[in-house]
Design a protein around this ligand. Structure first.
Ligand code: SAM
Length: 284
């Protein structure tokens, strides 16, 4: 079955028909270029027969490219007008009826995904990109890999390594689930409306064995937040609030094999996890 993609004129026509004026609040910058949506699907190595979850399908440009690759799609869209219209668009463009399931909801509140998709592909709304990614990685263990388009700065942060200026709490939290890599640039001109920031593609692959359970993750993220809230301070100071003083924090850090004088930006996710595993009462 051949699926035909949407061009710039068709996207604007669809928006006019639905009386949709793109809003900043919902990060509505629609891709109006078929090469770009194909490039995203290619970067994600989407295979025929796979099930993909797309966050924010909008008018359907990326959705159709995923369907064109022979995958099926679970699409989560917060804007009711867009969610309601999407199945009709997919049908009109040649997609099989059973290849698309639309969830009309806020992606931040979704706790189940029909079809248990293994791949995430999305042009994410800028304002919620990191929280929504972390929510999906945390909630849907069946998600094995993904490629998303986000603001360039956010993509660089997600893929950043310790010691770099942009390495921050999102870098460590994202790395909890597996490695991230930058995988392509996107011109501003392919969006309608044209945004005033650059975008990049960033991809992840989930580790085969989870790093730790939910309790360990929450504790690790709490330590990460404390470390980066005062990123210029040494860890023994930055974590003193969590451990009831800098001497106690130093003892925990030493027990984890981390120098108390190090700063949050020097540590890997493994280091943070080891700190989280130390029980303060076991330190001398
Ligand atoms: N995928 C489409 C494309 O590439 O043209 C649209 C991408 S646009 C950057 C972001 C989309 O996410 C919009 O359709 C917007 O309505 C939707 N959106 C924004 N916040 C959302 C949320 N919390 N949950 C689900 N969808 C959301």
């Amino acid at each position: 079955m051949t699926v035909s993609l949407l061009g710039a004129t068709e996207i604007r026509r669809l928006a006019a028909e639905l009386d949709v004026t793109p809003t900043k609040k919902l990060g509505q910058n629609f891709v109006v270029d078929a090469n770009t949506v194909r490039k995203i699907v290619h970067a994600a190595k989407v295979q025929a027969g796979e099930r993909v979850v797309e966050i924010g399908p909008g008018l359907g440009s990326l959705t159709l490219a995923i369907l064109e690759a022979g995958a099926s799609v679970t699409a989560v869209e917060i804007d009711h007008r867009l969610a309601e219209r999407l199945p009709q668009t997919a049908r009109e463009r040649g997609a099989a009826d059973d290849s698309l399931t639309v969830v009309d909801a806020d992606a931040m509140r979704v706790t189940e995904l029909p079809g248990e998709p293994t791949v995430l592909v999305a042009n994410l709304p800028y304002n919620v990109s990191v929280p929504v990614l972390l929510h999906f990685l945390e909630t849907f263990a069946y998600l094995e890999r993904g490629v998303v388009m986000v603001q360039a700065e956010v993509a660089e942060r997600l893929a950043a390594k310790p010691g770099s200026k942009i390495y921050g709490a999102p870098s460590v939290k994202a790395a909890w689930y597996g490695p991230w890599r930058l995988c392509g640039t996107v011109s501003r001109q392919v969006f309608w409306p044209v945004p005033n920031v650059d975008s990049l593609l960033v991809g992840f692959e989930r580790d085969e064995t989870p790093r730790g359970d939910g309790g360990e993750r929450r504790r690790t993220f709490q330590i990460v937040d404390a470390a980066f809230n005062q990123r210029r301070k040494m860890l023994r100071q930055a974590l003193s609030g969590l451990y009831g003083g800098s001497a106690a924090a130093s003892a925990v850090l030493e027990a984890a094999g981390v120098a108390p004088t190090a700063r949050g930006e020097d540590l890997t996710v493994d280091d943070y996890h080891r700190i989280a595993l130390v029980q303060p009462e076991q330190t001398p």
